[in-house]
Write a protein that binds this ligand. Sequence first.
Ligand code: SF4
Length: 643
Amino acid sequence: MFLSRHAEAILKAIVRVAENNRSSKKTDLWPQIRPLLYRVERPSRYIDSEWGVAEAQDYRVGLCYPDTYEVGQANQALALLYQAANSLDGVSGERIFLPWIDLSDLMRKEDIELFTLESFMPVSRVDILGITIPYELSYTSILEVLSLAHIPFRAKYRDDSYPLVIGGGPCVFNPEPLADFFDAFLIGEGEEAWKEIISTDKTMRAQGKTKQEILEKLVGISGVYVPSFYDVSYREDGRISTITPTHGAPDRVYKRVVTDMETVAPIQCPIVPYVDVVHNRYTLEILRGCTRGCRFCQAGMTYRPVRERSADSIVKNAIDGLRDSGYDEISLTSLSSADHSQLEEVVRRLQKQFEGSGVSVSLPSLRVDAFSIDMAHLMAQGGRKTGLTFAPEAGSQRLRDVINKNVTEEQLLETVERAFKAGWRRIKLYFMIGLPTETDEDIAAIGELAGKVLRTAKKSVEPGQRGGITVGVSVSTLVPKSHTPFQWEPQATDEEIHRKQRVLRDFMPRKGVNLSWHDADISFLEGVIARGDRRLSPVLEAAWRNGARFDAWSEQFSLKRWLDAFEECAYNPAFTAHRARDYDEVFPWAHLSTGVSDAYLVAEAKKAREEVLTQDCSFDSCTGCGACQTLDVDIVLGGEKRQ
Ligand code: SF4
């Protein structure tokens, strides 16, 4: 085969990086791993030196995503933290993913430690180890990572020879079930704080400082939480009594926040995988935060306030990112991309820029309104109109007011009509059950609304096209999360959810609607972990010993392993999942703050019961959550601070 000179240069660069990384002073596990790859499914998961990897430096930062390569490599936060680490002098990132069960079993049998991808060095020998905590069902996979890496689970048993193990990501707003396993957590946005943590550790390690001394310094970095510096005491009835800081740690750790998105470099030279990952495209974060105020949504509370990149910056970064990566699709990501105040300008400029090049632009989520359909239509020009997804979340207007989902039935049906007239033929709707104040009438309303959507869709197209129309209805269970107005609510029991699912099936149209729902067992476990405290850590360990790992993969999930673990540890999961709390209860996360005040969450909880809406503060006036004042940050629209 002939290689062009350009391709040959790329290949040589890749080989050079691979050789430099391997010939480092650290142990190279590749000779031991290589023979095992003939015996596993998808060996390409474990091949290093993709385009865009960093050249190894003396100080190595392990960045772990506790799932397979395909899932972790697509994670935007991991890519940003990898880039942040590599931007520091003498520092390089080393990615770590959890090998699938076939390889991990072989590694155990052959006594081979978990390796990093860049250098194939043992994970236990990186200088610092950052682990993303993406969802509650990843907790046993995190233990599996530590086990395969031969790193003791509990932080107190790790001496100075081990890297500091730092957690970050969406679940750190209640990291307490993992508190014993981590040296520190980074609460909030990591781009700046991660560099400060690395620099502090690098300098102090070089000075011969101990782990304890380094941790005492790290608590001075805004957003860093060292769980061993807090003593937790419990009441006889099982509730928390007090959480007391020690070692000079602050009473409350406030989340770290980036005030200006223009200072956050987007992913500049992304790693281009050899294999298909879950999202095969260039992702560009166009805004951070969402202030729509859905009362069940943890991200909506924890990522406040809204900060947008400017249209100019988005367009420039999109062009650069696609050029450097070679991808032909770009996704403009955020919690609510259709809310970007300059979205239309951005999409029109990108369409013009990429006209005729085969590049497509997509948004991960759409609002229920005409504007979103116009944007989707603009983005789909010339391309296929695949399905659209919308999230009304509740079937009745009453319940949508309870959860503060500011969408009416008329808006939804108008949006559906516009979408089907514009050429779409598939639509998927997301709902939740188990919401506070929910009645069987509210559940029946989901079926009725799905029927109206189906009839509207059919009426909007020519009679000959009606046969191809499908409406998907996906129904999940509310898992009350920390830092939300629903954090005091009991989670519905499995029996109740199964009964509600039967009601739902009875009221769903028999034809034209594909109904699916989330496994109630999984939601139950997610609920226990989401609001659990430190007493849950032995349960996590027991579940892992019972074989739990990759719990987020439905074929790997086994409730029995967990029920056995609860029993072994004499832990009552119902106390955590199904109990209503008083407003003055001390939560496990009481010493961690998102900037949103407790008073605001209580007020929102009460407004939910009164079915009263709260407006979106990004476009209306401030509704007083306190995040801007507490964190000293402003709403930024189109790159400009809102006055
Ligand atoms: S402080 Fe006001 S403007 Fe800022 S996020 Fe909260 S409600 Fe919105």
